[in-house]
Design a protein around this ligand. Structure first.
Ligand SMILES: Nc1ncnc2c1ncn2[C@@H]1O[C@H](COP(=O)(O)OP(=O)(O)O)[C@@H](O)[C@H]1O
Ligand SMILES: [Mg+2]
Length: 264
């Protein structure tokens, strides 16, 4: 069971698409958290095509719960299920101006997500773009696996690379460097995973195929075609689920070894 967080350095490399795609491909019950402080309401406006969501509760309501000491109890009833899936969603802020209320929420939120984990639910968080007011940097640092998501063209890699030193030092200080990796969107356009790893100075946990039509199903709610299940992006999402789970297992064994070393 794991907490996995996706983030980006800027632009729009595909964090929301990848997080939703991973969640819908996840083999176990999973909570998808919209923690993007930009207030872009990507899921409501995109995948749900602007339709009414089954609950009006958002992550901002949980800031109130936290102040009242009821965060852990209030989290499950704040989620809604995506029909015909194992995914439950926590909606993000409705406006960027609400994001400031989230600053103090990220650390207790990480603890609340760990409580969900104990009930058999994994958690995938769309942290959105780094560096925004209210950004869930602390949530990222508490994750079992934090994935800096980037395209593989030079502007994408350079922008992502600019965040790597500060991310590395945050994770190093927390003794959690093995938890930090990259997720490539459209590897080979033009740089491959090996080159990206070198430029970024991070291990590449997985690469998602470049597949605009399939991506639009997740990002804009377009109707899936007949060949949707076998589409390149979906195949790569299934491989990414495996790679993510394997990376979490490796991180946990590293941390266990480190804890044993600490004790002896
Ligand atoms: N693997 C992919 N292949 C092709 N296009 C993609 C892929 N992933 C995302 N996209 C497209 O990129 C655009 C931005 O995606 P989005 O997930 O909203 O980015 P972000 O959350 O990083 O801002 C969308 O139009 C989406 O369809
Ligand atoms: Mg997004």
């Amino acid at each position: 069971m794991a907490l996995i967080a996706l983030t980006s350095a800027g632009g729009s490399p595909g964090v929301t698409t990848s997080a939703l795609g991973l969640a819908l491909s996840w083999p176990r019950p999973v909570v998808l958290v919209e923690a993007d402080p930009s207030g872009s309401r990507s899921l409501a406006a995109g995948y749900f095509r602007g339709g009414q969501l089954p609950t009006s509760r958002t992550i901002v309501d949980l800031a109130v719960s936290h102040r009242q000491g009821t965060l852990i109890e209030d989290l499950p009833p704040s989620l809604f299920a995506i029909p015909d899936s194992r995914v439950q969603v926590l909606t993000g802020p409705l406006r960027h101006s609400q994001a400031r209320a989230l600053e103090l929420l990220w650390e207790p939120m990480a603890a609340a997500f760990k409580a969900l984990e104990r009930q058999g639910q994994d958690v995938i968080v769309d942290v959105g773009r780094l560096g925004l007011e209210g950004s869930g940097y602390k949530l990222l640092a508490a994750a079992d696996l934090a994935l800096l998501t980037t395209r593989t063209d030079l502007p994408g890699l350079v922008a992502a690379g600019s965040w790597v030193p500060s991310l590395r030092s945050t994770f190093e200080q927390a003794g959690a460097l093995p938890s930090l990796g990259a997720l490539l969107v459209g590897a080979g356009r033009p740089y491959g995973a090996g080159e990206a790893a070198k430029v970024l100075g991070l291990p590449i946990v997985s690469s998602l195929s470049w597949d605009p039509d399939t991506a639009q199903v997740y990002s804009h709610g377009t109707a899936p075609g007949r060949k949707f299940a076998g589409a390149p992006l979906n195949k790569s999402l299934r491989a990414a689920v495996q790679a993510t789970q394997a990376a979490v297992a490796t991180v946990r064994s590293h941390l266990d070894l480190a804890a044993e070393g600490f004790q002896s």
